[in-house]
Design a protein around this ligand. Structure first.
Ligand code: ATP
Length: 638
């Protein structure tokens, strides 16, 4: 036999490189060095445990290679070839055996769980291809072991994306069926497996990247079929991925004309307040839709979904809607006020409505903010709205919001109302006594049901809002005048906190005055001003109609107007500052004109900011809004 002769000549040290391929000679050299027995050639069986571990570690390769192996087998079924997959150590991990050669498989132990490296079975396509990291075909007598001489095998290594060998694909059959195409098939198939592995890896990386995004991300095609989602979408929709992929996006996004806007006009769209409908579930969200365009052709769209609740939470964190005050910042020595603080602290933990009564500037908002900050809602929004400041016809839209195009002047896309903005937190309805009588039943219904219907809306939104209302009017009086509904009063007045005016807690005047002075000294580092004895006496005597707000304001004025370190400008306390301003005007002017002028001046000085103007005039916000309305002052024109 030629090969034996060649093998004998090789073994005797003769140079046979012109008759035998270099790769084969190299392999024979390796086998000789490893003292492989040419009379052996049966695969050695690895332990069941080792095989289990092996299969476990190669799950991905196995699942990708299997369909490829089946395809090849189908093509070559009529020839006597089996298709084999090994790991990088030449262990057979999968095999499709051709019935024609089953017996030879058994004889040679060419089965799943056996080792086919050069050390165990000499030169063979599997072991040699893995030793060289190159595809190879080994025909008949090129095999090192005599028992393999009736075989022909072709094998190609399989690499991962980093170029490391992770296995090999092999076609083995009878030597007489040798065909160069089997080599080509095996090389192409191994490359195909490598490509699929690379795609899978890039998909995996993409998945990890997509899942690390905090927003929901969805890819749809032009038939509105969902192609891909990240895990945040399953969380948002509270559904399994498989069910989400079956959703009808036309139904889910009823309000969006995606075909016209995105696919035809190729525009990128942002919807700041949209409702997705998933069966009976409604998800309010911010939605960005970007068309996917390749070669000027729209292939689909990417949807980025952020839950409104979450966005608002983040906005609240950075842009206000926050309560700054806490109970420890409420300065008082008055026993009744201390008692009120203790009651307020206790009821903070509950969800019941609170009605805070008290003259303007007594600290009603301070209490409301402190209650919010003491409650479990402290990380939620604190939304304050002054009911006196809203024009009658806008009360409902301000509080309940409106849907797209529900009335002239409404913003495109709709707007949430203050109730919605306060979801998960507290809504502070200041000057509740100013709520129009005809709107009061609607407000009562929302308070009772905890659900709000936007103007023009088709469904009610479930809310979790704690209500704190405040008034400087006597609501009991208003009720008798039928300006305030009894049922609403009782609904709001579950807990009542009646704050004392400053004149009924004289002990707080100096305390608060010095507290505000301390802040001013801190703000103006380097100065350390103090009140004269006389100034403090005058503070005690003064008629504090504007309560703590007025006290704060006068201390500020005195601070900045005083020249030395002693604050002694008692003239500021001789009369109410607002009254002084009025009296300085010429007698010819009527009182109303003077009042209107004063307000306009203050608004001008504060660039139209009514709250600041009210502070300057030492009047309450409610009063300035009432007067602005009464004198028809155009704040926006200022
Ligand atoms: N006890 C207090 N300790 C410290 N600051 C106070 C206290 N009471 C009120 N203030 C301050 O006085 C000003 C007015 O308080 P706040 O706005 O809470 O009053 P209000 O009763 O809500 O007024 P209005 O009815 O006019 O809205 C604020 O600047 C607040 O910080």
């Amino acid at each position: 036999m030629i090969a034996n002769t060649l093998m004998e000549r090789f073994k005797s040290g003769e140079n046979i490189s012109t008759e035998v391929r270099t790769e084969i000679v190299d392999s024979w050299n390796r086998c000789e060095k490893m003292k492989v027995d040419i009379g052996a050639g049966r695969g050695s069986v690895i332990s069941a445990d080792d095989l289990k571990k092996c299969l476990e570690g190669k799950k991905e390769l196995l699942s990708i290679a299997r369909p490829v192996m089946e395809d090849i087998f189908e093509i070559i079924m009529k020839t006597s070839y089996s298709v084999v997959l090994t790991d990088e150590n030449s262990v057979l991990i999968d095999i499709i055996i051709n019935k024609d050669i089953e017996e030879i498989h058994e004889n040679l132990n060419f089965m799943k769980g056996t080792l086919w490296d050069e050390k165990n079975v000499g030169t063979n396509a599997i072991g040699t291809c893995l030793a060289m990291d190159k595809p190879i075909q080994i025909i008949g007598e090129e095999h090192y072991c005599i028992s393999h001489h009736q075989w022909t095998c072709s094998a190609a290594p399989i690499h991962d994306t980093k170029g490391r060998i992770i296995g090999c694909l092999d076609l083995s059959g009878r030597a007489e069926d040798v065909h160069t195409h089997t080599y080509g098939i095996v090389v192409t198939a191994a490359k195909n497996i490598e490509k699929q592995l690379a795609i899978l890896e890039s998909y995996r990386l993409m998945d990890v990247a997509l899942d690390s995004i905090l927003n929901g991300l969805m890819i749809i095609d032009t038939d509105l079929k969902i192609q891909r989602i990240n895990s945040k979408i399953s969380e948002l929709f509270q559904m399994d991925e498989k069910d989400i992929l079956e959703l009808d996006m036309d139904q889910v996004m009823k309000d969006v004309d995606i075909v016209n806007n995105i696919f035809i006009n190729k525009h990128k769209f942002r919807f700041t307040d949209i409702t997705l409908e998933i069966g009976h579930k409604k998800i309010e969200c911010f939605l960005d839709i970007t068309p996917i365009i390749f070669n000027d052709k729209v292939m689909g769209a990417v949807l980025v979904i952020r839950e409104t609740k979450q966005v608002r939470k983040e906005i609240n964190k950075v842009a206000g809607f926050r309560a700054n005050y806490t109970f420890d910042k409420i300065i008082t020595k008055n026993s009744k006020m201390i008692e009120l603080i203790n009651t307020a602290k206790k009821i903070s933990k509950t969800n019941c409505s609170v009605l805070i009564e008290g003259e303007s500037g007594t600290g009603k908002e301070l209490f409301a903010q402190s209650i919010h900050n003491e409650s479990h809602r402290k990380n939620g929004p604190f939304i304050a709205i002054n009911c006196a400041a809203i024009p009658k016809e806008l009360v409902e839209s301000e509080l309940f919001g409106y849907e797209n195009g529900s009335f002239t002047g409404a913003l495109k896309g709709g707007m949430p109302g203050k109730f919605e903005l306060a979801n998960g937190g507290t809504l502070f309805l200041d000057e509740i006594g100013e709520i129009p009588l005809e709107f009061q039943p609607k407000l009562l219904r929302v308070l009772d049901d905890n659900k709000v219907l936007r103007i023009g809306g088709s469904y009610e939104r479930e809310l979790d809002v704690r209500i704190i209302a405040a008034t400087n009017r006597n609501l009991l009086d208003e009720m008798s005048k039928i300006a305030f509904r009894q049922d609403l009063y009782f609904r709001l007045n579950v807990i009542n906190l009646r704050l004392l005016p400053l004149k009924r807690r004289k002990e707080d005047i100096i305390e608060l005055g010095r507290y505000f002075l301390m802040f001013l000294n801190q703000e103006n580092s380097g100065t350390n001003k103090e009140f004269s004895h006389l100034f403090e006496e005058k503070l005690l005597d003064y008629d504090w109609k504007g309560n703590v707000r007025e006290l704060k304001n006068i201390v500020q004025r005195a601070y900045y107007l005083s020249v030395g370190v002693i604050i002694d400008n008692i003239e500021l306390l001789s009369k109410n500052h607002y009254q002084t301003a009025l009296n300085e005007e010429t007698e010819a002017e009527s009182f109303k004109e003077i009042e209107k002028n004063s307000i306009e001046h203050a608004l001008l000085a504060n660039k139209g900011n009514a709250v600041k103007a009210a502070e300057d005039l030492s009047i309450s916000k409610a009063t300035i809004y009432r007067k602005i309305k009464a004198y028809a002052i155009n704040v926006h024109g200022i």
